[in-house]
Design a protein around this ligand. Structure first.
Ligand code: NDP
Length: 246
């Protein structure tokens, strides 16, 4: 296996941690970003206790300048980024007629505009080296829409539009670009949903349970592998059968 340098944004979160762990255990060198130094330190120590050393760079992916500084930090001090997982994300749920501009912008900036902010400073290096793997972590709700999530569904659907354009522009540079669209996974993001709502969600999932972060990480690792070099511009839905559309 060729050892690569990977950046997983939002690597300290539920799905992000599983992706970091999976890539590291495959032998890759992994970096992530953080915003809160105390939280980051506790997470880094927990990973180190598992034998996983993660390079951590401060950076808010919703901010273009901070993202560029973060990429410079990683590339200068850790190495050129060969695998990029745009995973950081937030929700600010409410029905559209009650939605504030801030709720709209926070979600679009963190989920969608972050793809520009983080990928733009990375792409030239990948093109120059003629190898790269980029994966956007979108969502089932970007595919099917969701009551109370016009902001999130719009941003997540936009991420796949980004994927398929970037895939076309960069295929001849050895760079593949794909989307993974998880269904409901039992991380803090989903456990914050009231239990009765969660039960209703689970009832709609043919496999009959929430997903596990490791199941998303497995798919991400598959798409970033050397052997996945002919898979580009795809959207891999991992949702227990909850939504079987594109
Ligand atoms: P978590 O809330 O557990 O983790 C989110 C991560 O993103 C955290 O590390 C958080 O860091 C980071 N983050 C958030 N905002 C920013 C920002 N502005 N700049 C830098 N980092 C930021 O979420 P999940 O692990 O559940 O979700 C990961 C991804 O998967 C998201 O994109 C989400 O939309 C998507 N997804 C999740 C599903 C689920 O069921 N959980 C379903 C479908 C998609 P910090 O600690 O600083 O806040």
């Amino acid at each position: 296996m060729t050892q690569r340098t990977a950046l997983v944004t939002g690597g300290t979160g539920g799905i992000g941690t599983a992706i970091v762990r999976y890539l590291a255990r495959q032998g890759h060198r992994v970096a992530t970003n953080y915003r809160d130094p105390a939280k980051a330190d506790a997470w880094r120590k927990a990973m180190a206790a598992e034998g996983i050393e993660v390079y951590m760079a401060q950076g808010d992916v919703a901010e273009p300048d901070a993202s560029e500084t973060m990429i410079q930090d990683i590339e200068q001090n850790f190495g050129p980024i060969e695998i990029l997982i745009n995973n950081a994300g937030i929700t600010r749920d409410t029905t559209f007629h009650k939605m504030s501009y801030a709720q709209w912008m926070d979600v679009v900036n963190t989920n969608l505009n972050a793809c520009f902010n983080v990928t733009r400073p990375v792409i030239d290096g990948m093109r120059g080296r003629k190898w790269g793997r980029i994966v956007q972590i979108s969502s089932i709700n970007g595919q099917k829409g969701q009551y109370g999530q016009a902001n999130y569904a719009a941003a997540k659907a936009g991420m796949h539009g980004f994927t398929i354009s970037l895939a076309q522009e960069n295929a001849r540079f050895g760079i593949t670009v794909n989307t993974v669209s998880p269904g409901y996974v039992g991380t803090d993001m989903v456990m914050a949903v009231p239990e009765e709502v969660r039960e209703k969600i689970i009832a709609q999932i043919p496999i009959g349970r929430l997903g596990k972060p490791e199941e998303i990480a497995h798919a991400v690792a598959f798409l970033t592998g050397e052997e996945a070099g002919w898979i580009t511009g795809t959207n891999l839905a991992i949702n227990g059968g909850h939504y079987m559309g594109w």
